[in-house]
Structures are given as C-alpha cells and as structure tokens.
Design a protein around this ligand. Structure first.
Ligand SMILES: Nc1ncnc2c1ncn2[C@@H]1O[C@H](COP(=O)(O)OP(=O)(O)OP(=O)(O)O)[C@@H](O)[C@H]1O
Ligand SMILES: [Mg+2]
Length: 317
C-alpha cells in the first residue's frame, strides 16, 4: 500500500526536476537552457515545438524524457497522406463481438513526438492541435480522454519548406515554447561519439520519477503565487511587442497566459512558491518569439530580438 501524497512542496518539485534533467542529459547532449525550457513545459502542462535540422537528437530527447518519467511514448511521422484517424484513432468493427470499438491512435500516449508536423495536411494538423487543446478526442460523437500528463513535442525542419503546410499562427500559439537544439559544442559532440560506441544511450535511461508525480508537480506549479505587479509586468511586455513598429502581430493574451504558467513552473522548479520577474525574463523568448508575426519591412530581423528589446524596455518592478 503506497502512501497517497496530495501535494508536492516546491523543494520536492525542484528535486524531481533535477533528477529528470540529469537523467535526460546523460543520454542526450542538449544545452542546459533548452532542457530547462522543456522541463518547464512539462511541469506547466504545455507542448513543445522543436525547430531543428535532422540528426541533432530530437527523437533521442523525446524518448529519454519519456523513459525518465516512466511515461508511454509514441511517435507520429507526418506525411501529406496522414489522416486524422491515423493520429487520434478510429472506431473499428469487432467481428467476434459484432460491434464497433474504439481503437486509440498514438496521441493517447503521455509523450508524443510528432515529427515534421508541417508535412501533415491542414486537416490532420488541426485534428492533432484540437486534442492538444482540449485533452480529449471525439470520434463519432463519443469522447475519449487523453492520458495525463500529455505532452506533444512537434518537430519542424527550418530549412526544407517544399511540400509543407506551414502551421498557421493560431496553431503555433498552442505550443507553450519553441526551442532549437542546435549542434552540440565540439567537446560534447566528441563525447557523444565515444559514448555511442557502446550503443544507444537512451536505452540506458531508467525512470527517475513517475507520471503521477509529474501530475503532482503540475499541481504545485499551479499553486505558485504570482503577484499583481508580476502580472502587470507580463502585460507590459506583451504590449511592448504589439507596439513595436517592426511587428505586424504582437503577443496575444493567450501568449501572456502561457508566459505566466511557464514562469510559475520555472519558479517551482527552482523550489520557490512565488514567481519572479526573472522567471518571466528567462522564458520570454522561448514562449513569445514564435508567436510574433514580423512586418514585411523587418527583413532579416530575428523574432527573438523583438522579445529581447521588449524585456529591455520594460522595467521589472
Ligand atoms: N545532441 C545529441 N546528444 C546525444 N545523441 C545525439 C545527439 N544528436 C544526435 N544524437 C544521436 O544521433 C542519432 C540521431 O539522433 P536522433 O534520431 O535523435 O535525431 P533527430 O533530430 O530525431 O533526427 P531526425 O530529424 O532525422 O528525426 C541517435 O543515435 C542519437 O542518439
Ligand atoms: Mg527523429
């Protein structure tokens, strides 16, 4: 008989976060900040968009994360002929019992890697993003709840656009953070080459926590205190992106909600029960940049620069 723990203290969430980070980092060489942003998304119940080139460890990252938290893992490779039912599942006829029964699709795993999401047709993309938003799948009028925790890591190749369907802004907005793993530093890459001589390091990853504990950590993040002045600070940063003449479409109120959730998760991962402007600053680029639509005249500008400038312009109280 296990003891039922109702609540995790911030210090316990911090411990959980360090264990998961160490476990993932042992198998995949990822910059510490990126790993942190992925953990923040996990604890904030958010989804991650990974924009990267082939072969930088995206699949390894998702698998290592799933193994570390003892979660079910599924991978979906998107192609233009992938159907919504290939993702969410479908009712199939059971001959023996002469009735239809629901066969769940890969989206019912806890951690779902959606590779090359921009190769799926708009219809399949919206089917997937809809269940990311709603936490359940509706097929033929019947609703089926998704697993909890539920985290989508969707990848997009930033170079190849031929034959793709770029995600519309509204759908990009559903991802809490966008990250890019990039190439590892030379020393780490060399370490990786030697480590790999012994086989796939991800298979060595063992659980350092459980999905139930992750749910408790998510609950602890919700309980983190955010002061009125912190909320005003976030609103001021959002407003700054909207008033920037280089920006056609600034950060939405939904972006602000995501930033607040992320800041609270970051606070609890640091063992604090209250969020600080520094939490907001650390996450603002990962949370806001991908939602901005630059003006056509802002050629060559990085969206992260807009966020950086907004942070620099708004005094933290
Ligand atoms: N940063 C990294 N750290 C550790 N291993 C890595 C890293 N990058 C790549 N690898 C190793 O290289 C191989 C390919 O990595 P992986 O499949 O995760 O790349 P990917 O980004 O998913 O590629 P693709 O875009 O083709 O799906 C794996 O064996 C993986 O373990
Ligand atoms: Mg891959």
């Amino acid at each position: 008989m296990g003891v039922t723990v109702e609540q995790l203290a911030p210090a316990e969430v911090a411990g959980l976060g360090s264990r998961v980070a160490a476990s993932v980092a042992a198998a995949v060489k990822v910059p510490g900040q990126i790993l942190r942003e992925v953990l923040v998304a996990l604890v904030a119940d958010g989804h991650v968009l990974i924009e990267d080139h082939p072969g930088v460890g995206k699949t390894a990252l998702a698998r290592a994360l799933a193994r570390s938290i003892d979660a079910d893992y599924a991978r979906i490779q998107c192609t233009s002929d992938l159907l919504p039912s290939d993702v969410v599942g479908a009712n199939v006829f059971n001959q023996r019992e002469t009735r239809f029964e629901f066969r769940p699709g890969p989206v019912f795993a806890h951690v779902v890697l959606v590779d090359e999401i921009n190769r799926a047709s708009p219809k399949t993309q919206s089917g997937l993003l809809e269940c990311m938003q709603e936490g359940h799948v509706t097929v033929d009028g019947a609703s089926h709840p998704l697993a909890r925790p539920f985290m989508v890591l969707a990848t997009q190749n930033p170079v190849e656009y031929e034959g793709t369907y770029p995600l519309p802004e509204a759908q990009l907005d559903r991802f809490m953070v966008r990250v890019s793993l990039g190439y590892p530093p030379a020393r780490q890459e060399a370490e990786m080459l030697s480590a790999h001589a012994g086989g796939d390091r991800v298979l060595d990853v063992t659980a350092v926590t459980s999905v139930d504990e992750v749910l408790l950590a998510q609950r602890a993040a919700i309980a983190v205190h955010a002061s009125a002045s912190l909320r005003d600070y976030i609103v001021a940063v959002l407003a700054r992106t909207r008033n920037d003449p280089r920006v056609e479409l600034g950060a939405s109120p939904r972006a602000g909600l995501m930033l607040l959730k992320a800041a609270k998760a970051s606070a609890v991962l640091d063992g604090r029960d209250h969020a600080l402007p520094d939490d907001v600053k650390q996450l603002a680029t990962a949370v806001l940049a991908h939602r901005l639509l630059l003006a056509p005249t802002a050629f060559g500008l990085q969206r992260s620069e807009v966020v950086r400038d907004a942070l620099a312009a708004v005094p933290a109280l």
